[in-house]
Design a protein around this ligand. Structure first.
Ligand SMILES: *[C@@H]1O[C@H](CO)[C@@H](O)[C@H](O)[C@H]1NC(C)=O
Length: 377
């Protein structure tokens, strides 16, 4: 047999064997990926290292296309709120921010736009909100998939730098009567089978991440995905059992923590933050001399039912210039709510199932591979 014939047979065999493999791949899996960019929006006035707490403000920007002419608008992906909104072309910016730099929507040039004519007022914990009218129009994924008539707030006034894509539970919608928000509309349209999505915020230094609607990416985490019940559905919160310091000392907490991509770092109720500072040997304000911390090797361990997530000290602490003082990026708030923001989510892979009211959680594994599977919980 000639070599070339043998090669053709081998090639044919490969082809024949490839068919069942293809069939095993989840052709029926319904999912859609929304990529986002990580952008540093820290106002230049706050970049000064003389600030007592250096708070960088990273935004996780997805570009959405809306309306018959596919107008592109940047919105910040927020698992801690539940409405989609963005400014209209003639919006007034308040609060001294440029609310229109990441894109606006011009309703007059979209033939599919509908004004629901009811007012919307979105307020956030930081006090900066946006007001306008509820509207509907078609939404386009980058691959050309259309989702008809998604509801959003078209804002005539905004005190925020960006619009928001809220992915949370309907309970947090800024309406009295709840409506199908973005994830629910994808399900109702048959684009996904469950009101469920997975968040891969990626590492602290990455410039992009993604949300996969309708699927879980097994390549993006280490070990098994622990499945937890919501401690508080409204806030998509789970129970934090305890934290373990590098010296092994443990603080029992059993508190609900909201997994919120819209929060910078980690915000905890004041007393809880203090308890953790103490366990880590920090001052009452959460700082310490960097020399004492072993930044390169130590980590904070957060214990949940069935899984622990670690945060390396390198990202947990901000090191002031000169290098002597380090400040923990866990800050206390008197509000009583606990938000595990981007500092936590950069280290975790989180799969939210709003239908079964369960969350899958594992340590993030940073890489470019994908292995998508259906939600199994
Ligand atoms: C939507 O309806 C409200 C209430 O009638 C109106 O004030 C507003 O100008 C309308 N907006 C657009 C873009 O049509």
């Amino acid at each position: 047999m000639q070599i070339s014939t043998l090669l053709s047979i081998l090639r044919l065999l490969t082809f024949v064997f490839a068919v069942p493999v293809d069939k095993r791949s989840p052709t029926s899996l319904k999912y859609h990926t929304l990529d986002f960019d990580v952008v540093d929006m820290t106002p230049s006035s706050k970049r000064s290292e003389t600030e007592t707490i250096y708070r960088r403000t990273l935004y996780y920007f997805a570009r959405v296309s809306i309306g018959s002419t596919k107008q592109q608008i940047g919105v910040s992906v927020d698992t801690g709120s539940s409405d989609l909104w963005f400014p209209s072309n003639d919006a007034t910016c308040t609060n001294g921010v440029n609310c229109k730099s990441i894109g606006t929507f011009t309703p007059s040039i979209s033939s599919t736009f509908h004004n629901l004519s009811t007012s919307v007022d979105n307020n956030y914990n930081d006090g900066n909100g946006a007001q306008g009218y509820w509207s509907k129009d078609d939404f386009w994924f980058t691959d050309g998939t259309k989702v008809e008539q998604i509801q959003f707030g078209l804002m005539t006034s905004s005190g925020r730098e960006t619009g928001v894509l809220g992915l949370g539970a309907p309970d947090l919608e800024a309406t009295n009567d709840k409506y199908p928000n973005f994830p629910a509309t994808l399900k109702n349209a048959g684009i996904i089978d469950k009101t469920a999505y997975s968040l891969y915020l990626n590492s602290a230094t990455a410039s992009s991440g993604s949300v996969v609607f309708g699927a879980i990416d097994k390549a993006k985490y280490n070990g098994d995905l622990a499945v937890l019940d919501f401690a508080d559905y409204r806030w998509t919160a789970i129970t934090l059992g305890s934290v373990t310091a590098p010296d092994g000392s443990k603080v029992d907490l059993n508190i609900p923590v909201a997994l919120d991509s819209g929060t910078t770092y980690i915000q905890l109720e004041t007393n809880t933050a203090r308890q953790i500072y103490q366990a880590l040997g920090l001052s009452e304000s959460g700082s310490a001399s960097c020399d004492q911390l072993s930044l390169d090797t130590n980590q904070l361990t957060l214990n949940f039912a069935g899984v622990s997530i670690t945060i390396p000290y390198k990202s947990l602490f901000y090191q002031f210039s000169g290098g002597s003082l380090c400040q923990a990026r866990i800050y206390g708030s008197s509000g009583g709510n606990n938000f595990f923001g981007d500092l936590f989510l950069q280290n975790a892979y989180v799969a939210y199932n709003l239908d079964s009211k369960k969350i899958g959680l594992a340590q993030a594994n940073y890489n470019d591979a994908t292995n998508l599977v259906d939600f199994w919980f």
